[in-house]
Design a protein around this ligand. Structure first.
Ligand SMILES: *Cc1c(COP(=O)(O)O)cnc(C)c1O
Length: 229
C-alpha cells in the first residue's frame, strides 16, 4: 500500500513539474510521518523514501532512533523554546522558525552540538490568527536579523495555508510565498539565492503548489493513509 502510494505521489510530482515546465528533480518529497508507526515509516524507507517530517517532538524522539537508514528529518511542528535543544539533536532541517528568539536558541544549541542545521522561515501568508508564522511584511526584517546575529543558514520559506476543500483556493497563498521568496532572493538574503527552498503543498494540494514553485512538498495522508488519533 505504502509503496503503491509512494509511486503514485512521485508520478504526480513528476507530471505536475512537467506541466509547469519545471525540472522534476528540483522537487523533493517530505513524507509526513506524524502519528504513523515506526513499521510504516520503515516500509516507506524500504520503498526508497529518505526524507521525513515530524510535528511533535515527544513522538519524534521515540520514533526517530528506531528507524534505520541514511535519512533526513525535517521538523515541521510548532517550536517551543524548551524543546529546541532536543529538536536540534534529532532533526536536520527546521522548517518552522518564525521569531528571532527561537533562531538564537537553535543557533546556540547547534554550535554547542557542532551540528549544521538549516532552517526555513514559516510565513503566515494568509494572516490567520491561529496559525504560527511570521507575517509576509516582517519576513525580511527577521531574515536580516538571523543573518546578522546567527550562523544559521536560512535556505528558504515554508507556509501552511488555511484548509480548503477546493485545492485551487490554496494557489494564491503559494503564489504569494513564491513572490516573497523571489523578492528576498533578489536582495541576496538566503544562504543560496539561486536555489531557494519553498516548502508548500500537502496531500490535498501539492500538484498546485508545484505549479506555483514548491521545491519541497509535505505529504502525509496520501502516503500513509488517514492518521489515527
Ligand atoms: C500534517 C502536516 C502535513 C501533511 O498533511 P497531509 O494532509 O496529511 O498530507 C504537512 N505539513 C504540516 C505542517 C503538517 O502539520
Amino acid at each position: 500500500m505504502i509503496q503503491t502510494n509512494l509511486t503514485t505521489i512521485l508520478q504526480t510530482i513528476h507530471a505536475s513539474a512537467v506541466k509547469a515546465g519545471r525540472n522534476p528533480s528540483s522537487i523533493q518529497l517530505v513524507a509526513v510521518s506524524k502519528r504513523v508507526p515506526v513499521e510504516s515509516i520503515q516500509l516507506a524507507v524500504e520503498s526508497g523514501q529518505l526524507c521525513f517530517g515530524e510535528n511533535y517532538f515527544q513522538e519524534a524522539s521515540e520514533k526517530i532512533p528506531q528507524v534505520s537508514g541514511d535519512l533526513s528529518w525535517h521538523f515541521i511542528g510548532h517550536l517551543q523554546s524548551n524543546k529546541v535543544k532536543e529538536v536540534v539533536t534529532l532533526f536536520d532541517i527546521i522548517e518552522t522558525v518564525d521569531r528571532i528568539k527561537i533562531a538564537r536558541l537553535i543557533d546556540s544549541h547547534a554550535q554547542s552540538q557542532r551540528k549544521n542545521i538549516q532552517i526555513l522561515l514559516q510565513v503566515n501568508v494568509g494572516g490567520e490568527q491561529q496559525t504560527s508564522g511570521v507575517s509576509p511584511e516582517q519576513t525580511e526584517a527577521l531574515i536580516r536579523e538571523i543573518n546578522k546575529e546567527t550562523q544559521l543558514q536560512v535556505i528558504g520559506l515554508m507556509t501552511l495555508p488555511p484548509y480548503f476543500s477546493d485545492p485551487e483556493k490554496s494557489r494564491p497563498f503559494f503564489k504569494k510565498l513564491r513572490l516573497l521568496a523571489t523578492e528576498l532572493a533578489k536582495k541576496q538574503l538566503f544562504a543560496d539565492n539561486k536555489n531557494v527552498v519553498l516548502s508548500m503543498g500537502m496531500s490535498g494540494d501539492y500538484p498546485i503548489a508545484i505549479e506555483e514553485g514548491a521545491t519541497l512538498v509535505r505529504v502525509g495522508t496520501a502516503l500513509f493513509g488517514e492518521r489515527i488519533y
